[in-house]
Design a protein around this ligand. Structure first.
Ligand SMILES: *Cc1c(COP(=O)(O)O)cnc(C)c1O
Length: 369
């Protein structure tokens, strides 16, 4: 099929639409930042940190330069003295592996639960040892699972829990926000995330005053105060003033945008009923539908059929961390992780999709045999 004969394509994402929606507010923020003369850690940055902490119900939120930096700094801040291994899932895109390695730690993987696709007590507990200092739990695809028991089990082994909320910002289980359950949490404001900036950005949340102080030192050269390096392992990772201002525009929209994402997934679930594609539900507040993910053991064929129907698809994520050549991880068998990497398929899901586009995806899903 040539490009010119293709029907109108429903894209995986189109960032220009959200930018158009918020253009006037962004322009106002831009003017205010120019007028203030503060371009790093100014009043908009301070205000956004406070608004974010309030929204999540945590003691402290600290802006940093990306989600990967947020993970690196959170892991460093949380790692207990004398330990040096990070345990995580291998199906979450490799960000934690990159961050943990940069922090100077080794990574070991636990398999994931076949239903939630996230770490669970059952998959993690058997591996805990006195070497593992931190478990990073990724709330994959936006799904905040009940990690309360996992956190308790980790704590009983002296292990700290970092939540990776890059896909789950705004998710709430029994009213409790993703990022407020473990010891510390990291998130990303990469433009396609549920709360996206106009460039890179990230943040770290915690309810621990001690960890919050460590994070603020680590993100700025290890300074306890200006030019006084008292904390080892510091770096330079700051969220700039403009991005903080843009994010301040979008934070009040987040719950509504997440609701729209959930409704898109609900449409796909209904359209896929009785068909070959199993669309994972995102039915309530604990799931913010960062991605609309389906399972199929005929992925190539189904992707081709959807593409013919004008629907873009993607795979999150095709290669588990322990099989990435660049990570050169120790050989490990993770049967559920490996099977899911063959079967997951992502459908278009972003809040600015039109109703016509959602209908077009549903039509293409219903036509699958
Ligand atoms: C996007 C993402 C990150 C990394 O964020 P960056 O800002 O791109 O560094 C980390 N973890 C998860 C689960 C992500 O989806």
């Amino acid at each position: 099929m040539t490009q010119s004969l293709a029907p109108a394509v429903v894209p995986m994402n189109d960032l220009s639409r959200g930018i158009d929606r918020d253009r006037e507010d962004f322009a106002r923020v831009f003017d205010e930042v120019l007028a203030s003369g503060y371009v790093i850690m100014g009043p908009k940055h301070a205000a956004f940190e406070q608004e974010l902490a309030k929204y999540l119900g945590v003691l402290s939120a600290s802006g940093v330069a990306s989600g990967t930096d947020a993970l690196e700094i959170a892991i460093k801040a949380a790692m207990p003295a004398g330990r040096s291994i990070v345990m995580t899932a291998a199906n979450a895109g490799g960000y934690t592996t990159t961050a943990a390695r940069r922090a100077g730690y080794n990574v070991r993987y636990a398999d994931v639960d076949a239903n939630s696709m996230c770490l669970s007590v059952e998959t993690v507990e058997q591996h805990l040892s006195s070497e593992i200092g931190v478990v990073v739990v990724t709330h994959l695809y936006g799904n905040l699972t009940d990690i309360n028991e996992l956190v308790a089990v980790c704590h009983s082994h002296g292990v700290k829990v970092v939540e990776d909320c890059a896909q789950a910002i705004g998710a709430r289980l029994s009213g409790v926000a993703a990022g407020s359950i473990g010891d510390i949490a990291a998130t990303s404001f990469y433009p396609t995330k549920n709360l996206g900036a106009l460039g890179d950005g990230g943040a770290i949340f915690t309810n621990s005053e001690e960890l919050a102080v460590r994070v603020r030192e680590l993100r700025q050269y290890g300074w306890s105060s200006k030019y006084r390096v008292t904390r080892a392992g510091g770096t330079n990772s700051r969220l700039d003033e403009l991005q903080a201002g843009f994010l301040g525009v979008r934070l009040p929209l987040l719950d509504g945008l997440n609701e729209r994402r959930r409704s898109i997934v609900a449409s796909y679930v209904a359209a896929a009923m009785d068909g070959p594609l199993q669309v994972l539900p995102a039915a309530s507040a604990h799931h913010v539908a960062h991605l609309a993910v389906a399972l199929t053991d005929r992925r190539d064929e189904i992707r081709a059929a959807l593409s013919l129907g004008g629907v873009q698809t993607d795979v999150h994520f095709p290669v588990p961390d322990h099989l990435q050549p660049g990570f050169a991880a120790a050989a490990q068998s993770l049967p559920i992780t490996e099977r899911l990497a063959q079967e997951v398929l992502s459908l278009p899901c972003f809040p600015e999709m039109t109703d016509d586009e959602i209908d077009a995806v549903c039509t293409a899903i219903s036509a699958l045999r």
